[in-house]
Design a protein around this ligand. Structure first.
Ligand code: NAD
Length: 443
């Protein structure tokens, strides 16, 4: 099948690579000329495990191409995927300018039937706006061409994106007309082989399903963070509580890890956008507001801890920081807790020596002039002469370090662990002062 994908970010690139891998003829379009030039040279602008090989293989086989030419894109695919960014607007609502720009482009160049598939995360009602934008562009040229607009939200997780796309838990499709339903069924047949993963529904429900899922996951995290703060005040250990809670199959172990807050390009903006949608529908989203507020507070929790430990004077101190990405196996630092923590430390006059296996280029791009940030070649280099270690991301490589070496390199044997990677009793026995999340005194 011929497929065009607008947007070559995390979602567009993975979608393009995986559809090509299934034998389709895929053309990816982006307005970012540098990005397209880089991709055509075989360079992958993001880090996602397995993506580089999959892109290279499918480009070699001629099933995957990249262009900035939107007209070529519209001419190419019967399926026109919209996978562009929907960043938060100032009021928290999703900014649809890129989605609607693509819709207009499709309408301007379309001369035959197309299925316009919206993969970006968009508020309920966006399919209607996409439909109107395509129609308006067609009518401006006096054209009468049939098309469908389908909602197909994406559920991939950065870090596991290829696996999530190739073996999805579910494929949500919101479509109104039977013809579009059948085309989507055929398109996804290779990813739907062993058991039924396709769930068809009306367009509005599909749009809401994506926000509902992300808001639920964010709620689980904020709930555990709320409980971890309570555990600190009550002398309980949240990790024990987590084990006890998760054993109930109605609760389960997934996504109930306390930490230093959720980040990334999805949860923060999607919770805010859903709250905004609720307000527009004259409904007060009390739970969603609380999820957001708890997360905001949690991202500053380690900073409060650190300040308290150092009697509120961080001037001239140096902190080693392990993990810049908002989660492991990605280079994405959008809304990452590490950024809130580093920025607070710099404001207080401290320096940061950071290490991340994949996100250092991104950190250098985000903070080009920050003299109080040093990006180090290894986790141990980051420790050298530092007053304490702060852990922000649970990369595997941080789970079992050489603690004797850690102790030798640090000026003080002091660890602030935002991901509860270590056992507090063992750390104490090894001579560390160790602060986790929800496992000790509150501040
Ligand atoms: P991204 O910011 O990484 O990439 C977006 C790309 O779209 C950029 O390369 C940009 O240049 C391009 N673009 C913007 N306007 C364009 C236009 N008019 N024509 C062609 N290209 C254009 O975004 P992302 O992380 O891939 O997310 C895309 C969408 O998918 C968002 O709505 C996001 O919420 C959703 N989503 C993201 C994830 C994730 O893990 N990143 C997961 C599920 C859903």
């Amino acid at each position: 099948m011929k497929i065009t994908i607008f947007g070559t970010g995390y979602v567009g690139l993975v979608t393009g690579a995986c559809f090509a891998e299934a034998g389709n003829d895929v053309l990816c379009v982006d307005i970012d000329e540098d990005r397209i030039a880089q991709l055509n040279d075989g360079d992958v602008p993001i880090y996602e495990p397995g993506l580089e090989d999959m892109l290279a293989c499918n480009m070699d086989e001629g099933r995957l191409r990249f262009t900035t030419d939107a007209a070529e894109g519209v001419a190419h695919g019967q399926f026109q995927f919209i996978a562009v960014g929907t960043p938060p607007d100032e009021d928290g609502s999703a900014d649809l300018q890129h989605v609607l720009a693509v819709a207009r482009t499709i309408g301007e160049h379309m001369d035959d039937y197309r299925v316009v598939v919206n993969k970006s995360t968009v508020p309920v009602g966006t399919a209607d706006r996409v439909h109107a934008a395509v129609l308006e562009a067609l009518e401006a040229q006096g054209l009468d061409v049939d098309f469908d607009v389908v909602s197909n939200p994406e559920f991939l997780k950065e870090g596991d994106a290829i696996d999530d796309f190739m073996k999805p838990d579910r494929i949500i499709v919101g479509a109104e007309r039977p013809g579009a339903v059948e085309l989507m069924r055929d398109l996804y047949a290779p990813f739907n082989r062993n058991h039924e993963r396709l769930i068809f529904m009306d367009v509005r429900s599909a749009e809401l399903t994506k926000y509902a899922s992300n808001a639920m996951l964010a709620t689980k995290i904020s709930f555990m963070n709320e409980l971890s703060n309570l555990a600190e005040r009550l002398g309980a250990d949240i990790e024990e509580v987590r084990r006890g809670m998760g054993s109930d199959p109605r609760i389960g172990y997934h996504f109930i890890y306390p930490g230093c807050g959720y980040g990334g390009s999805c949860f923060p903006k999607d919770v805010q956008a859903l709250a905004r949608t609720a307000r527009e529908a004259h409904y007060e989203p009390e739970l969603l507001d609380a999820v957001e507020a708890v997360n905001h507070r949690q991202k500053r929790h380690l900073v409060r801890r650190i300040r308290h430990h150092f009697d509120d004077n961080l001037e001239g101190l140096t902190f080693a920081l392990w993990g810049l990405a908002f989660k492991p196996n990605t280079d994405d630092m959008r809304e990452a807790p590490s950024r809130v923590i580093m920025e607070a430390l710099w404001d207080a006059g401290a320096r940061v020596q950071a290490y991340d296996p994949e996100a250092q280029d991104e950190a250098a791009r985000l903070y080009p002039d920050e003299s109080a940030l040093e990006l180090c070649g290894s986790p141990y280099d980051a420790l050298e002469g530092a007053d304490a270690l702060i852990i922000c991301t649970e990369w595997q490589v941080f789970r079992s370090p050489d603690f004797e070496r850690v102790q030798r390199l640090l000026r003080e044997p002091l660890i602030f662990d935002g991901r509860n990677l270590y056992d507090p009793e063992k750390m104490l026995a090894a001579g560390f002062v160790y602060y986790g999340i929800g496992r000790g005194e509150s501040v």
